[in-house]
Design a binder for this molecule. Sequence first.
Ligand SMILES: Nc1ncnc2c1ncn2[C@@H]1O[C@H](COP(=O)(O)OP(=O)(O)OP(=O)(O)O)[C@@H](O)[C@H]1O
Ligand SMILES: [Mg+2]
Length: 327
Amino acid sequence: MGIEVVVEGLTKSFGRQNIWQDVSLTLPAGEVSVMLGPSGTGKTVFLKSIIGLLKPEKGRVLINGVDMVNSPEREIMETRKLFGLMFQDGALFGSMSLFDNIAFPLREHTRKSESEIRRIVMERIDIVGLLGAEGKLPGEISGGMRKRAGLARALVLDPQIILCDEPDSGLDPVRTAYLSQLLIDLNAQIDATMLIVTHNLDIAATVPDNMGMLFCRNLVTFGPREVLLTSDMPVVSQFLAGRREGPIGMSEEKDAATLAAEQTNGHGHAAGPRTVVPQLEPSPGMPVRQAALRRRERVVSMMGQLPEAARTAIMNSYTPTLDGGRR
Ligand SMILES: Nc1ncnc2c1ncn2[C@@H]1O[C@H](COP(=O)(O)OP(=O)(O)OP(=O)(O)O)[C@@H](O)[C@H]1O
Ligand SMILES: [Mg+2]
């Protein structure tokens, strides 16, 4: 089962530029979470801080009792082995075949035999649907295939925590839909804790158990997917609707005068209540997603603290339909 990641009061700056402050959230063990946020709000910096590649000035990131910010580097390195990381740009070595790229972490971090490595690599290549392409160079395949190769490489060390930085960037809508299903199937198979950074509204609406958003140097919200999907906070509804009207401007937040002008022009109000589409289920033949069962108990126990709209959406999603399935 995946491992819980507890983030407490995290603050990160580069020189005098504060990226975000006092970010606290818990990624529940084995569940899938999505982090949204306009470009430049520090999502990639957040992922790098979780695995200890960047050092926030304040706060803690606790994984199995190890603080990825302040613990001795040796413990951080050891804990980093629990992670699979899929970079925003794929980050494959251009001169190596896909096979060698995907085998790289195994050759680097384990003493496994070549035949064992071959077995593991081919299995991961199969999972991401790249069988037959293992001999190709990254430059010889499409962007979508490179993305999937990056995911296969993130999986070879049997990660218990998977971080994906914009796994959908550069993918067409159909491939993005396949990727969404792949992430859910993967979660059903390995029960790893997953955090996905994305701008893609379809992924946000259908994949995660939990969702958060970074904006304006703060974590706007983090919690069960229904909370964000039904939120009437202007920044959230603007982002989810992909509208120009609202607090998000071209280079982060808009000034007060522009916002006020929008309000008087009648553009400021949020569009009516949004419908929450059902979360993806694992493909037929996949195991039951254990995280979904745990999540159900967890979310039902916190119902009292959730906004009305989120409660209704959660109740609807857990109401059996006539055919016996979930809606
Ligand atoms: N190593 C670094 N040194 C200095 N500044 C940095 C560094 N890494 C990131 N930044 C700054 O931190 C801010 C957040 O960057 P980050 O890459 O995390 O944004 P993001 O939310 O991932 O954006 P996008 O959606 O475009 O990928 C940016 O202003 C960036 O210039
Ligand atoms: Mg980024």
